[in-house]
Write a protein that binds this ligand. Structure first.
Ligand code: NAP
Ligand code: F7E
Length: 342
C-alpha cells in the first residue's frame, strides 16, 4: 500500500485528492491546523476513527510555518508521495497579509523540501504551483511563458516554483510543479469569485439575499473542475522523471460572463442584483489567463472532462441544495449569517 502525505488536506483540492488516492488504495496522512472551529468539513465523509481497522486516512496537527515538526512527521511516516497543497491561497488577501503569505505559500515549500533532504527519505514531491505566476504575461500561457507575478501570493508561488526546480537539480529529489489554472467545485471556498456567485445567486433565487457585491467583472479566467485537476497531480508523480506541467482547459471567460450565465440559468436578471464594490478590486490585477495544456495531454495523457457549462450546473445544483436547507432553518426561526468578503 502506497503512502501519501498531503498538506492542505482540508482545502478544496485536498479533499478531492484524498478521495482519488483512497480510491487507488493509498494510505493517506494529512497535515491539519488546530482551529477553534471545525475545519475538516470537506474531508469528514472520508474519515474513519484511527481505531477502526479499515482506517486509511490519518490526520496530524501541524503547520507549514514549523519546520522541525514537518521533518519529524516525514521521518516517521516516510511517505512515497508528498502533495504540497497547503497555502494562504487567496490573492486579494495576500495584499492584506503579504508577510504571512510569503512565509506559508513561499517558505512553507522550502521547509518541506529541507525536511526531505535532511531525513534522506525516498519520496516524490508535488508542488501546487499556480497560473497566477504568469500574471501580466499575455495569453495563451504555457510552461515556456516567463512569469510576471502581480501579487504577494503570486510572488510567493514563483519562489516555491524555483526552489522546487533547484532542489530537483541540486539534490536529485523527484519534485514536480503542477502549474494549475483556476479550478472550482461545490467545495470551493466561498470567497473565491465562482463560488461567491453561485452561493449568492441561489440564495437570491430563494429570497435569502438581495444583492451580490463583486469587484472587477472584466477579468478573464480559464476555469476547470477541481475533480479533474487532482488526477493530473497524481499523474505527474507516476512519470519516470520529474517535470513541470500546465493544467488548464484552454478556454477563457470573463467574471461578467460567469455571473450572467449563472443568473440566466436561474431565470434571474443579473443586472438587477449585482453591484460593483471597489473594495474587491486588487492593487494589481491579472487580466487574462488562458492555459495551453498541450504538454500534459501529450506526456501525461491528461485532459479535462468537465466543461465550463457543466461546471456551472454542478455548482448551482449543490448551492441550491445548501440554500434550500438554509431556507428551512430561516422558516424555523433560526438566524443565518450573510457576510460577503474578499
Ligand atoms: P484552499 O481551499 O484555500 O486550501 C488551502 C489549504 O491550505 C487548507 O487546507 C488550509 O487549511 C491549508 N493551510 C493554510 N495555511 C496553512 C498553514 N499555515 N499550514 C498548513 N496548512 C495551511 O486551496 P485550494 O483551492 O484547495 O488549492 C490548493 C493549492 O493549490 C493551494 O496551494 C493553492 O494556492 C494552489 N492553487 C489553487 C488553484 C485553484 O484554482 N484552486 C490553482 C492553482 C494553484 P485550513 O483549512 O485550516 O484553512
Ligand atoms: O478571482 C475577480 C478577481 O479570487 C478571480 C486562487 O485559487 O486561482 C485563484 O485566484 C477573478 C479575479 O481567484 C470578485 O479580481 C471580481 O480577477 O476567484 P478569485 P484568483 O484570484 O484567480 C489561482 C489560479 C490561484 O492559484 C489562487 O490560489 O475574479 N473578482 N469580483 C473577484 N474575486 C473575488 N475573490 N471576489 C470578488 O468579489
Amino acid at each position: 500500500m502506497k503512502k501519501a502525505f498531503i498538506t492542505g488536506i482540508t482545502g478544496q483540492d485536498g479533499s478531492y485528492l484524498s478521495e482519488f488516492l483512497l480510491s487507488k488504495d493509498y494510505e493517506i496522512h494529512g497535515l491539519i491546523r488546530r482551529s477553534s472551529t471545525f475545519n475538516t468539513d470537506r474531508i469528514d465523509h472520508l474519515y474513519k476513527d484511527a481505531h477502526d481497522p479499515n482506517a486509511r486516512m490519518f490526520l496530524h496537527y501541524g503547520d507549514l510555518s514549523v519546520s522541525g515538526q514537518l521533518t519529524d512527521l516525514l521521518y516517521d511516516i516516510k511517505p512515497d508521495e508528498i502533495y504540497n497543497l497547503g497555502a494562504q491561497s487567496h490573492v486579494r488577501v495576500s495584499f492584506d497579509m503579504p508577510e504571512y503569505t510569503g512565509d506559508i505559500t513561499g517558505l512553507g515549500t522550502l521547509r518541506l523540501l529541507e525536511a526531505i533532504r535532511k531525513t534522506g527519505i525516498k519520496t516524490r514531491f508535488y508542488q501546487a504551483s499556480s497560473s497566477e505566476m504568469f500574471g501580466a504575461a499575455p495569453p495563451p500561457q504555457s510552461e515556456s511563458t516567463p512569469f510576471q507575478p502581480q501579487s504577494p501570493y503570486a510572488a510567493a508561488k514563483v519562489y516555491s516554483y524555483y526552489i522546487v526546480c533547484n532542489y530537483r537539480e541540486a539534490y536529485k529529489i523527484f519534485a514536480s510543479n503542477g502549474i494549475l489554472f483556476n479550478h472550482e467545485s461545490p467545495r470551493r471556498g466561498e470567497t473565491f469569485v465562482t463560488r461567491k456567485i453561485t452561493r449568492a445567486a441561489t440564495r437570491i433565487k430563494l429570497g435569502l439575499q438581495d444583492k451580490l457585491f463583486l469587484g472587477n467583472l472584466e477579468a478573464k479566467r480559464d476555469w476547470g473542475f477541481a475533480g479533474d485537476y487532482v488526477e493530473a497531480m497524481w499523474m505527474m508523480l507516476q512519470q519516470d522523471r520529474p517535470d513541470d506541467y500546465v493544467i488548464a482547459t484552454g478556454e477563457t471567460h470573463s467574471v461578467k460572463e460567469f455571473v450572467r450565465r449563472v443568473f440566466e440559468k436561474l431565470d434571474l436578471d443579473w443586472q438587477k442584483y449585482v453591484a460593483v464594490d471597489p473594495r474587491y478590486f486588487r492593487p494589481t490585477e491579472v487580466d487574462v489567463l488562458l492555459g495551453d495544456a498541450g504538454k500534459a495531454l501529450n506526456e501525461l495523457g491528461w485532459k479535462p472532462r468537465v466543461g465550463f457549462d457543466e461546471l456551472i450546473d454542478i455548482m448551482i445544483a449543490a448551492d441550491m441544495e445548501a440554500a434550500k436547507k438554509e431556507k428551512t432553518l430561516v422558516e424555523a426561526g433560526y438566524s443565518i449569517s450573510d457576510h460577503q468578503s474578499a
